[in-house]
Design a protein around this ligand. Structure first.
Ligand code: PLP
Length: 364
């Protein structure tokens, strides 16, 4: 059913020869190195390992995936961009993404001049299979992006629908699992053996608390890994970032404790938010954020900013939607206090002076 990877990849990428760096030409680590025009002095004078072997070994242990099935990018965003460039011919090929979801898939498609077919998720923020079906026969569609748990809605995408896609779609399926550590479900990682067209994206930016490092991973079959290596810039992860990432990965327990705390706060924040009348909906979350719907979201968002509390206004994607990252207990309390005050002001205003409320509504 699935096509061979070589039938999906852009012909020029398939045929080109990748850059061969000094570290490719000679892989040993000991010796007198006079090959890469490095300055012989200093401590950061040498180019980093282009394939991040130590980092991959550690990831391999943690994830139970062979190192040869791991690619490390400068954030998942680099991987998203590389996949677009590997598989999609500008102004010819197309990709499918679901809305609302992570914005980078579409941005990356636009940069590459690739048509982005946006398919709306249904009312439960699940894939509407009937809307996907007509596209399955379109050979110019090279990638489908599935974000699960989904940003900004917070839910997992149904297993049976993802399985259906994996069975029916014969080009590349990317499952973005940036939030998987917060979810009550295991990763799709174990399926990369079964489905050659499956790419799993994960990141150190969320659960691992290392957004500043810019480390994102792709887990997939060796053929796609080879293509990613061919197209990436030769030294895409700095030595410093490789080192710090490796150190952080040694302490998985610290990560697990943080994830546990964040999940507890998520549940407390939900309980407290549910007591505020202006909040009309709190979506279920398998992530480190909560999507809420609140009366006059636009005004609430600005009001929070005026108190130095920054949330993410999602009302252009979800009516009256605001996305709130789970902070520390203290940060969450600050948010709750501001929202509760805002709520009581709103009610007292409307009780005594309806026009003031109307003004607020009409302003935007
Ligand atoms: C935060 C996030 C990422 C992470 O991107 P990095 O470039 O690794 O920081 C990826 N996908 C989604 C859906 C996200 O929300």
């Amino acid at each position: 059913m699935n096509k061979n990877i070589s039938e999906i990849v852009r012909p020029n990428i398939l045929e080109m020869e990748g850059y061969s760096s000094a570290r490719d030409a000679y892989e040993g680590t000991q010796g007198t190195f006079l090959d890469a025009n490095e300055n012989p002095y200093g401590s950061l004078n040498r180019y980093p390992d282009p394939y991040q072997q130590l980092l991959k070994q550690k990831l391999s242990e943690i994830k139970s995936v062979a190192t040869e099935n791991i690619f490390v990018g400068n954030g998942s965003d680099e991987v998203i961009d590389l996949l677009m460039r590997i598989f999609c011919r500008p102004s010819k090929d197309k990709v499918i993404g679901f809305t609302p979801s992570y914005g980078m898939y579409q941005v990356s498609a636009s940069i590459q001049d690739v048509e982005y077919i946006s398919i709306a998720l249904n009312a439960q923020f699940q894939i509407d299979v009937e809307r996907v079906k007509p596209h399955l026969t379109d050979d110019s569609i090279k990638i489908i992006y599935v974000c699960s748990p989904n940003n900004p809605t917070g839910n997992l995408i149904n297993v049976k629908d993802i399985e259906w896609l994996l069975e029916q779609f014969n080009s590349i399926i990317v499952i973005d699992e940036a939030y998987i550590d917060f979810a009550n479900m295991s990763s799709w990682l174990s399926k990369i053996k079964k489905y050659k067209n499956l790419v799993i994206l994960q990141t150190l930016s969320k659960a691992w608390g290392l957004a500043a490092l810019r480390i994102g991973m792709a887990y997939t079959n060796t053929e796609i890994i080879a293509l990613l290596n061919k197209v990436k810039s030769p030294y895409n992860i700095s030595s410093l970032n490789q080192k710090v990432a490796l150190e952080a990965l040694q302490n998985k327990k610290a990560k697990d404790i943080q994830v546990h705390t964040i999940k507890k706060e998520r549940s407390r924040l939900r309980d407290e938010l549910s007591k505020i009348d202006s909040i009309t909906k709190i979506h279920s979350s398998e992530t480190n954020f909560l999507l809420i719907e609140i009366d006059n979201a636009e005004d609430v968002y600005r009001n929070l900013i005026s108190q130095n509390i920054i949330t993410r206004n999602q009302s252009n994607k979800i009516e009256n939607g605001i996305r709130i990252s789970i902070g520390t207990a203290e940060e969450n309390n600050r948010l709750l206090k501001a929202l509760k005050e805002n709520n009581s002001q709103r009610y007292s205003t409307s009780k005594f002076d309806c026009s003031a409320t109307n003004d607020l509504i009409n302003r935007h």
